[in-house]
Structure formats: C-alpha cells, structure tokens
Design a protein around this ligand. Structure first.
Ligand SMILES: N=C(N)NC[C@@H](O)CC(=O)C(=O)O
Length: 376
C-alpha cells in the first residue's frame, strides 16, 4: 500500500514530481530536442573548454551577455553606468535582488498572477507584498497612493503564465512614475526570448527614465542546455541597493564554460535559430489547441501568448482533479492555483501546459488531457 503523494506546496514542487515522468509538461524549462546547429555546439564543448582556459573570464563573460542581450534587442549593457552580475540562475539573481531590496524597503508591488517562487523569494527576504493586477498594470498609470506605499514595483514581462508583454510606452510611463516616487522598478524578463514584442530596447527606456531599476535576464528557458544557464542581474550604478555586496555573499562568478556555451547558443539563435524556435513553439501551441478543440467548457484565456507555456481553462472542472487524473496516464501539467499568489481561487480551474518539449510529447500530453476531459 503506497502512501498517497501529498499535494505539493508550491509550483516548483509540482514540477519536481514531474521531472522523471514519461510526459513532463509541467516546468517552463526548455526540454525540446537540440537542433542540428545546437548539437554541433555541444560537440564543440571540449574546444570551448580549452578556449576559455586561455582567456580572461571578464572577456568571456562580457562576450556572453553582449551576444545574448543583443540577440534580444537589448543594447543598454553598453551604457557606462550599466553593471551586469552573472548568477547560476534567474532565481539566484532574484534572491540576491530580494535581499538587497529588503535592506532599503519593506513592501513591493508585485504583478498578479505570476510564478509563485517570485512572491515566495520576496517574502522570504522579509518583504510585504501588494498585488498588481495585470489589467491595472497595462491599463494606465498606477495609483500614486499605492506607489507611495511601496519601495518597488516588480513586473514579470512577458508574464507567466499569461504571456502578457509590457509595451514600450507602458514601460516608459511606469518608469517615469517610479522615478517620480523614487520606487525601484524591477523586471523579470525570463520569457522575453520567445516574444519579439518583448525585444524593444528596455534599457534605453529605463536609462532615459531617471528611475532606479533592476532587470533579471535568464538564458534557462530558451534552449535545452540541461540546466546549464545564466541568470543576469542588470542595473545602473548607483542604484541605491547593495546588489554587489549581497552578490559577493552568494557567489564569486559562474562557469566561463557555461558563459561561453550560452554565447555560442546565442550566436546560433542570431543565425536563424531564434526564428525557428518561435515557429516550433507556435506549432506546439497549435497542437494543444487543435487536440482540445471542441471539448466542452475548455478555454484558452491567453490567445496572443507566444511564451513556451499555454494556460488551459477547464471550465467547472478542478485543475487539481485533472492534474491527478493526468498523472495516472504518466502525464504532468501544472495546476494554476499557485500563480494566483494573492487570490488562489482564481487559479482553481486553470492548467498550464509546457510547450518547449518534443512535439510528440505535447501531442501525447494533449491527447491524454482530452481523454481525461472526455471520459467514456
Ligand atoms: N527556482 C525555481 N523555482 N525554478 C523553477 C522555475 O524556473 C520554473 C518556472 O519559472 C516555470 O515553470 O515557469
């Protein structure tokens, strides 16, 4: 008699359960097959190892973030005031940011919904949180009374799991409000690689705004690099946060081999790989929508999302019950309850499906979901 698995307490624990499952459509990490160009880079790793041994690490690091940032339209790293700190992952970067922010502020205004490790990390650093609904963020200026009550506005863009992108004009207006109220503006841009609408030069806008800002960039969601990735903390000096000091508590630096591999993947992406990835993800999104078409009560609340995840609304069905039924088929998706960190009930009927997977896995998972939704 096996003990029933307790319901995981956060999204990453759901994802951990999925790691060894036959069809893992839970986490937002890239698990599609390597392209031929990417496979060739894997074959180059021994040569890259020798190459980085012969070069200064700061040169390898600058080459990596320049190539990656400029692949995605971001040129502000060239500004003399810009600092870039390389971290083992975007969540490590987030932890460093949270500890630094907590040294100078006690409350953050955080986009809602979003991936729950963000509020968990911010609260873990002792910060109180207020939710910023997407509609309010995209709708126009924020309420000055709210801005006066927080030390930071934190926005995930493109957002997870909605795919909603902060448009350039909205970023400009938000940064101006943050400058006016001396509120730190923080952006988590982990999904920007999937959406060209998120690839206008954010740094040009931020640098011109006069506000204090921090951007977290992430290479880990785009390419299937077995968790070999970099999270970058990007900010202007002075930013009024002890980022460098807290960084030095956590690490000295990331592997130059990983930096160099990221640079090569970014070069391959610039040579056509990124457009191919977008087509691949769009194809997998179409598979999910086609297989589930016609199932009563099913909805796709984010029709314009281009991110590597798709939220499916299940009508009156409980996402947790569907998640359990899917597990019987060896398939894992992600119940959306915990994305709604300030109002979990709004995630009760949502299920997120990962799209950065082999198309055969997406097809198998969507078919299993259809069979669970249409029993008999
Ligand atoms: N440090 C954590 N918790 N990592 C998981 C996170 O990367 C997964 C994610 O962002 C997503 O599945 O959308």
């Amino acid at each position: 008699h096996t003990r029933p698995t307790p319901v995981p307490g956060n999204l990453t624990q759901f994802e951990h359960l999925a790691l060894s499952s036959p069809v893992n459509l839970a986490d937002g990490h890239a698990r599609q097959e390597l392209t031929p160009g990417q496979s060739r880079i894997v074959g180059e790793l021994p040569a890259l190892w020798a190459d980085v041994l012969a070069r200064p690490v700061e040169e390898v690091e600058a080459e990596a973030y320049r190539t990656y940032f400029e692949l995605l339209g971001q040129y502000g790293h060239r500004l003399p005031s810009t600092r870039v700190l390389s971290c083992y992952s975007s969540s490590v970067a987030m932890e460093i940011f949270a500890r630094s922010l907590a040294a100078v502020a006690d409350t953050a205004l955080l986009i809602h919904p979003t991936f729950d490790n963000i509020p968990d990390i911010l609260r873990g650093a002792g910060l109180a949180l207020r939710p910023l609904e997407e509609e309010a963020l995209h709708g126009g200026d924020l309420d000055p009374a709210v801005l006066r009550s927080v030390g930071c506005v934190f926005v995930t863009t493109p957002n997870n799991p909605t795919g909603r992108v902060l448009a350039e004009e909205r970023l400009r207006a938000l940064a101006a409000q943050c400058a006016e109220h001396d509120v730190v503006l923080a952006l988590d841009t982990s999904f920007r690689g999937f959406d060209t609408r998120a690839q206008y030069d954010h740094y040009a806008v931020l640098d011109g705004s006069g506000c204090r800002w921090v951007v977290i960039e992430d290479t880990g969601k785009l390419w299937p690099t077995l968790e070999l990735k970099v999270g970058w903390l990007v900010f202007p000096e002075p930013v009024g946060l002890p980022l460098s000091e807290v960084y030095s508590d956590i690490l000295l630096g990331v592997s130059p081999l990983v930096l160099s591999m990221v640079r090569r993947f970014a070069e391959d992406a610039a040579g056509g790989g990124l457009a191919e990835l977008h087509r691949f993800i769009a194809g997998n999104r179409a598979v999910v929508r086609e297989v589930l078409a016609g199932v009563p009560g099913i909805g796709f609340p984010h029709p314009h999302s281009r991110g590597s995840v798709e939220r499916v609304e299940l009508g009156a069905r409980s996402a947790l019950e569907v998640w359990s039924a899917l597990r019987e088929h060896g398939v894992h998706a992600l119940p959306c309850r915990k994305f709604h960190w300030a109002d979990p009930a709004r995630g009760e009927h949502g299920l997120r499906v990962a799209l950065a997977r082999p198309t055969s896995s997406v097809l198998a998972g969507a078919r299993a979901l259809r069979s669970v939704l249409l029993p008999g």
